[in-house]
Design a protein around this ligand. Structure first.
Ligand SMILES: [Zn+2]
Ligand SMILES: [Zn+2]
Length: 335
């Protein structure tokens, strides 16, 4: 089998699709098609999530384990998941068909980092650049089958950075998602007051679910925005998560204001939608990692709401310390 002339090593935080594009560009090809063809991959075998790594490994001259570390295929025993740098994520969290990225990040690093493969990465938290998703020259949407990391198939230059209007809150949320994806530690400083340690402890998949659930209910309560648009999701979630838990409590108050005036009964039932989404969804993972959400919910129920009663189940799920604290302050609800 003919080998490539250059065999750049994949970076540990590199996007797999970005890596193949970089290999292609390094070898002077006009598109990654050539690399896939050399590897003997048929077009039906090029589905990003299931690409035959051993074939790709042979032409790039790197062991397939090295490529597997940045692959998207399902982790062992979790056939319905995908992976990003080894972290399980739901397939719908990945955006592998419509590439977009921050031109300045790519210029500085010299490769495409894997967090750009996440659907929620709608802006660059570092440079505040507008992500590039179409070619400024031909106007076409970017494709993986282009000339280079920063060159469209029409020859258009993709390295310009236009500043975008991403808020402090959005940038801090995106920064946290990026850190989680690349397995970097959380920021030492946290000026926006996100519950970043707690969210990151949930793990990638549950953290993204929490962000989406919180965003959905902020958008519902606002009555504006589109809970299917990644941009709107990031914007809404960031407004709730900054200065934790004040804005989460404000969201619950807004939801409460829209409930019928005669609402009573358990608060879990009254706030059914968001309550079920955060506390009854298996996808949220280990209940000790969602304790910070439960504590904030209880804080709201006991100190801000005052209608109905707090369900036993919520308190039972709390860790011992928080449980004692709440039981002391709480007049017990009817059994
Ligand atoms: Zn950037
Ligand atoms: Zn173009």
């Amino acid at each position: 089998m003919p080998l490539l002339v250059r065999h750049p090593a994949p970076y540990p935080t590199e996007s797999l699709l970005g890596y193949v594009l970089r290999v292609s560009e390094d070898n002077g090809y006009s598109s990654p098609w050539s690399v896939y063809r050399l590897a003997g991959l048929k077009s039906r075998e090029m589905k990003a999530a299931g690409v035959r790594l051993e074939k790709l490994a042979r032409v790039t001259n790197w062991p397939s384990e090295k490529l597997d570390a940045i692959a998207y295929s399902a982790p062992p025993g979790q056939p319905r998941s995908s992976r990003l740098l080894g972290l399980p994520v739901l397939p719908q969290e990945l955006n592998l068909t419509h590439p977009r990225f921050c031109p300045r990040c790519v210029r500085e690093k010299g490769f495409l980092e894997a967090h750009w493969d996440l659907a929620l990465m709608v802006a660059c938290p570092v440079h505040r650049c507008l992500l590039i998703s179409s070619c400024p020259q031909c106007g076409h949407r970017l494709r993986w089958f282009r000339h280079g990391l920063l060159e469209c198939e029409c020859g258009g230059d993709l390295s310009d950075c236009e500043l975008s209007s991403v808020s402090e809150a959005e940038a801090s949320l995106l920064n946290m998602i990026q850190k989680q994806a690349l397995a970097y530690p959380p920021n030492a400083s946290n000026p926006m007051g996100l519950p970043q340690d707690q969210l990151m402890a949930m793990g990638m998949r549950s953290m993204l679910l929490a962000i989406r659930t919180i965003a959905k209910h902020r958008i519902l309560a606002d009555g504006t925005g589109d809970s299917k648009k990644d941009q709107d999701i990031v914007s809404a979630a960031s407004r709730v998560l900054v200065e934790w838990p004040a804005n989460f409590i404000a969201l619950l108050e807004d939801i409460g204001r829209q409930l019928p005036a005669d609402t009573s009964g358990g608060v879990g039932k009254q706030f059914g939608g968001i309550y079920r989404g955060l506390f009854r969804n298996k996808g949220m993972g280990d209940s000790k990692h969602t304790e910070f959400l439960r504590v904030a919910f209880l804080d709201f129920a006991m100190n801000h709401w005052g209608r109905g009663y707090v369900d036993h189940k919520i308190i039972q799920k709390l860790g011992e310390l928080a449980q004692n604290d709440f039981s002391r302050r709480q007049s017990l609800p009817p059994r």
